[in-house]
Design a protein around this ligand. Structure first.
Ligand SMILES: CC(C)(COP(=O)(O)OP(=O)(O)OC[C@H]1O[C@@H](n2cnc3c(N)ncnc32)[C@H](O)[C@@H]1OP(=O)(O)O)[C@@H](O)C(=O)NCCC(=O)NCCS
Length: 165
């Protein structure tokens, strides 16, 4: 039996989400943001997601936010409106325990229910566990882009994986 629950995003999650995301911005090239948004920036981003009705899911144990997942437009232009991109970020002490699988399972269900038809995962090419979890869920590698991100004085490649919903 799992000791965590999945639930919709609540405004009280903003500080924890800000902290989790900051870890990955400051210490990794998993995200290509180079400056971590503060709580106001996170609140504005999530307000945008909620306004559009895009799925935003939080994993929680005993009131503590363990991680989160959301689906947002892959690209802003109108013809892309049925194509989403997923984002999943766990507290770094909570990886490798099955939480990512639980969040991605629920995100796929909610993204399909929302009306998205395709999901893209845009992943920094050396992030093996993120590529592995998407392949496990049936995502297919469809693209590879060389040296498109410069972070920590290094050029980073990205891989695109895609799944029809
Ligand atoms: C990527 C991430 C979401 C995966 O979630 P997780 O809870 O750590 O992964 P899970 O324990 O659910 O494992 C899911 C699958 O990923 C793969 N995996 C997990 N850890 C792995 C590792 N260290 N190496 C290779 N594959 C790994 C396995 O296929 C695993 O399935 P299995 O346990 O049935 O073999 C999570 O580690 C994370 O938040 N990482 C940092 C942020 C990030 O990279 N986000 C993705 C960008 S959108």
């Amino acid at each position: 039996m799992s000791d965590f629950l999945l639930r919709p995003f609540a405004w009280s999650d903003v500080p924890a989400i800000t902290q989790i995301y900051r870890h990955y911005v400051d210490n990794t090239a998993i995200t290509f943001d180079t400056e971590a948004p503060g709580e106001q920036g996170i609140a504005e981003k999530y307000a945008g997601l909620l306004k559009l009705g895009h799925p935003v899911i939080v994993a929680e144990r005993a009131g503590k936010v363990l991680g989160y997942a959301y689906a947002s437009f892959y690209r802003p232009r109108a013809a892309y409106r049925f194509t989403c991109e997923d984002s999943i970020y766990l507290d770094p002490t909570e990886t490798g325990k099955g939480l990512g699988k639980a969040l991605l399972t629920e995100l796929l269900v909610q993204s399909k229910a929302h009306g998205f038809k395709q999901m893209l995962a845009v992943i920094t090419a050396d992030t093996a566990n993120s590529i592995a979890i998407h392949e496990k869920f049936g995502f297919e590698r469809v693209g590879y882009y060389k040296s498109v991100g410069l972070k920590f004085d290094r050029w980073h490649d990205i891989v695109h994986l895609q799944k029809a919903l």
